[in-house]
Design a protein around this ligand. Structure first.
Ligand code: KE4
Length: 438
């Protein structure tokens, strides 16, 4: 029996029935594992629709949404200008497999916005963006190895499904069946926020490392900002050891600032991966960077990468409408103000309930850790009290607030999260922290 009482079971009756059907047909009943709610000990709600900051489940219950599709919906659900752009594009045809002006328009917006991007290629997911950018880094440098941080997630391509294995140099070993060790042996793992570890692995594998890929703000072990000087240190060490620096800004791009984390912190990588916000909720991602590197991508150069639906006109339209809205004066200031109010209120509510938390925030991206000590890397994140997180999550859901169902995800705020939504969230959080004292 799940953690729901009988009346709660009635509240979620349609979702429960729908999830049973889904489970019969799809692994875990979902199209992506985190959505199955395994980490919080209950069945997920099935969503009927969304509008602004609210999603409504098929039982008719409304929730203030901090998942926002794990980041893309920075303007909230079903935003009018995005809907209109998608509808207009759809009326002209869904896909052509031929150049369209919309791709060039969105490419121009990305190149103008993101400091490192001189040339850009659109793909369909963040996984595809990072996988392709790594192939480019290896092809351009002729070096086989890559370096990533434990706790950072860059999609599910084989070489990135690794965990620290045995061996002094933290050689990557597969974190999933089906991934050959021959592939993960080229992936080297280091802790996040540790420049000594970077220097050490660069020295040990000198001349073998094509790139270091990193989330400039880690968003897949909760939200963990870079330590002061960390990103500059990465830039300096990559220059010293002739390693390409790749920022995975799939989550942070256009989220924490219009130019992403690289604009916010003033550090320019050699390659950048984007996703989520640039598609406005439709499947769209991209990789880009220095022109001398990107011109090596097919058909300009020999490094192959392709995609039937890459640059899809509907996704381009949704992305263009979204990024155009983000160019308006005051948008990021509004996101900053509402997110800061949420942060302060969460701190107060946890303090009142006597629950130790470690709360992080960069712009409209937050991390709430049930921990009485700071969280700066994956090892520390793993030590969090996930039972308290689950209790908090379930209480929030039952009180009309829907969060990502795992301690190791971030909260996202949209321009649609107004004062009323934030206040309702904080009222629910007071109950949630009281429930979390387990
Ligand atoms: P996708 O392949 O899911 O579009 O992107 C992979 C990816 C790459 N890089 C970063 C920094 C990411 O955050 C992601 C995907 N983020 C997760 C959220 N933790 C997507 C949610 C999911 O897997 O369902």
């Amino acid at each position: 029996m799940t953690s729901q009482t009988t009346t709660q079971a009635d509240r979620y009756a349609q979702s429960t029935a729908a999830f049973a059907k889904a489970r019969a047909l799809m692994p875990g009943g979902v199209s992506s594992p985190v959505r199955a709610y395994k980490a919080v000990g209950r069945e997920p709600v099935t969503v009927r629709c969304g509008k602004g900051a609210i999603v409504t489940d098929i039982d008719g219950q409304e929730y203030i949404d901090y998942v926002l599709s794990y980041g893309p919906l920075i303007l909230g659900h079903a935003e009018e200008s995005v809907l209109a752009a998608i509808s207009k594009a759809a009326g002209r045809g869904a896909s052509f497999g031929m150049p369209t002006e919309a791709e060039t328009q969105l490419a121009q917006v990305v190149v103008d916005a993101v400091p490192s991007v001189e040339v850009v290629r659109f793909v369909n997911s963040g996984t595809e963006a990072v996988m392709s950018a790594i192939r480019l880094a290896r092809g351009a440098t002729g070096k086989p190895k890559i370096v990533k941080c434990t706790g950072c997630y860059h999609g599910h391509s084989d070489g990135l499904l690794v965990q620290a294995g045995s061996g002094a140099t933290t050689l990557g070993v597969p974190s999933s069946p089906g991934v050959p060790e021959a592939i993960t042996s080229n992936t080297l793992l280091i802790p996040y926020n540790d420049l000594d570890a970077v220097r050490s692995v660069f020295k040990e594998h000198a001349n073998q490392i094509a790139c270091l890929v990193v989330e400039p703000i880690a968003g897949n072990m909760g939200c963990i900002p870079p330590a002061p000087g960390y990103l500059q240190g990465l830039r300096d060490l990559c220059d010293e050891f002739d390693v390409l620096l790749m920022f995975d800004e799939v989550m942070t791009g256009f989220r924490v600032a219009y130019g992403g984390a690289q604009a916010l912190y003033g550090i320019t990588p050699d390659l950048t991966c984007l996703g989520k916000v640039i598609g406005g909720g439709l499947p769209c991602a991209a990789y880009g960077g220095r022109e001398d590197l990107m011109r090596q991508v097919s058909p300009d150069g020999p490094i192959y990468q392709a995609g039937t639906l890459s640059g899809n006109p509907l996704a381009m339209a949704a992305g263009l409408a979204t990024l155009e809205s983000l160019q308006e004066d005051g948008v990021y200031e509004q996101l900053e103000a509402s997110s800061a109010t949420l942060e302060a209120g969460l701190r107060d509510a946890a303090s009142t309930a006597g629950v130790p938390i470690y709360l992080t925030r960069v712009g409209s991206m937050l991390g709430l850790f049930f921990s009485d000590s700071p969280i700066t890397n994956y090892e520390q994140a793993l030590a969090c009290n996930t039972d308290r997180f689950a209790a908090f999550f379930n209480s929030m859901l039952d009180n009309g607030i829907i969060l990502a169902p795992a301690q190791y995800e971030a909260w996202f705020v949209s321009t649609a999260h107004d004062e009323t939504a934030i206040k309702k969230t904080l009222d629910a959080a007071a109950l949630g922290f009281a429930a979390a004292i387990v």
